[in-house]
Unconditional design. Structure first.
Length: 395
């Protein structure tokens, strides 16, 4: 397949992944909100947990939630599962097109660990499966009954996974894998617990029995986890645009803090919808953590100041040897069909135009060159930094 058709495949998969993801997270947010918004009706009905009135798109809707199941199974019952399955599938194919087909560029960083492509891909797939098994066992163990303790253990394990990925893959791939791991857990929760348990409950009803409330309880536990994981997983998916996060030497700390922020914000909305008050302190703490991250990412132990002078000739030499194999009107690097993100760095004018982006990608962080494909040295990064710090002059 040509590089360009691989780019198109990437585009179509990403588009699908976004659309399915919106449908999944949208419906999941809606149901969480609905659950949280249920109130006792005027006349309590047996088996009914609560009810809610809604208005949307020019009509009124009335919903009742049954604690276990209604007395009779309705003739038509709507299920919500394909949003989740297709989000995962499109995401996995996207991972394949980008990080597996382009393993040398995106997945592997020889400075982190000089893996072969098959080994790196094997580790990636195995880690997703293993992550699910460990999580699922934890939920089913006695620990699963203690939500707060389970959350703490889950968080520590997730941070450990983040740290572990960063010791194996490129920084960018490490972040993305945390997202892939969370996404896999969330979809597996739907496919392996939530939907099967709902099916069992329905089967019991059809057999004339009362469904076992344990099924609903297990499904609720996984659904609660998915709820708190939505914001962190979304961050991990968009993180590859922000090298100041994954590219930081303590990238795993940053990701851990972002996960806390995501959880706190979600918690604020959950409490608010349950009518348990507007606990703005959760938002305030999140905001303070974001500010903390701004300062933390500004501090980089590797390159804090840029002394010295760098002329455009020297800088251009560095860029020509380290960047333009890819960032040119006609890239020569194997697998690169056109200048990535439209960034061309062949003339001093182009270099000045992209100076801020160069600073972000190749000086402040080592996001570029990907996997340090062209073996850029620290001195060269210093040189670019000094040129940019002095105003990116081209004459
Ligand atoms: C091996 C090919 C390759 C080399 C060499 C390379 N880049 Fe890149 N560059 C890429 C790819 C691929 C992307 C797009 C990444 C993505 O999809 O997010 C990119 C993106 C960028 C971006 C845009 C980032 C964004 O998200 O908008 C900048 C700026 C950049 N590179 C600068 C550099 C600099 C500076 C160098 C040299 C020090 C360099 N690159 C070397 C492949 C390369």
């Amino acid at each position: 397949m040509t590089d360009l058709s691989l780019d198109w495949l990437n585009l179509v998969l990403r588009w699908m992944h976004l659309v399915f993801g919106i449908a999944w997270i949208g419906s999941s947010f809606f149901f969480v909100w609905l659950d949280n918004s249920l109130r006792q009706g005027q006349q309590p009905k047996s088996g009914v947990l609560g009810e809610a009135w809604m208005i949307h798109g020019g009509g009124f809707y009335f919903t009742e939630k049954y604690s276990v199941a209604p007395p009779q199974l309705p003739p038509e019952l709507h299920w919500f599962k394909y949003e989740s399955y297709f989000t995962w599938l499109s995401g996995f194919f996207l991972l394949g097109v980008l990080y597996y087909a382009g393993a040398d560029l995106y997945l592997i960083d020889p400075n982190v660990l000089p893996l072969s492509a098959p080994a790196a891909i094997g580790i990636s797939v195995a880690s997703l499966i293993l992550g699910w098994i460990v999580y699922d066992r934890l939920c089913k163990s006695p620990l699963g009954n203690n939500t707060a303790l389970l959350a703490c253990i889950g968080f520590v394990m997730l941070v450990a996974a983040t740290y572990g990925y960063a010791q194996v893959f490129s920084a960018r791939a490490a972040y993305l894998h945390v997202g892939a791991l969370l996404g896999t857990i969330m979809t597996a929760n739907v496919a392996m617990v939530i939907i099967p348990n709902q099916k069992k409950a329905v089967a019991q009803m059809l057999a004339g029995q009362t469904p076992d409330p344990a099924y609903g309880k297990q499904a609720k536990q996984r659904s609660l986890h998915n709820n708190y994981l939505t914001l962190p997983v979304l961050f991990a998916m968009i993180s590859n645009h922000y090298p100041m996060t994954y590219g930081h030497p303590y990238g795993w700390v940053i990701l851990a803090v972002v996960m806390i922020i995501g959880g706190l914000v979600r918690h604020f909305f959950n409490l608010k919808n349950q009518g348990r008050g507007q606990r703005y302190e959760f938002l305030a703490v999140s905001f303070a953590l974001v500010i903390g991250l701004v300062f933390f990412t500004a501090w980089d132990p590797r390159r804090s100041d840029f002394a010295g002078d760098a002329g455009i000739e020297e800088v251009q030499k560095v860029v020509a040897s380290r960047c333009t194999a890819c960032h040119a009107a006609r890239p020569t690097f194997d697998g690169i069909a056109e200048a990535p993100k439209g960034v061309m760095l062949e003339t001093p004018q182009q270099m000045r135009r992209f100076a801020a982006a160069i600073n972000q990608q190749a000086v402040r962080t080592e996001a570029m060159p990907p996997g340090n494909a062209t073996e850029m040295t620290d001195e060269e990064r210093q040189l670019l930094g000094a040129w940019i710090a002095a105003g990116a002059k081209i004459d």
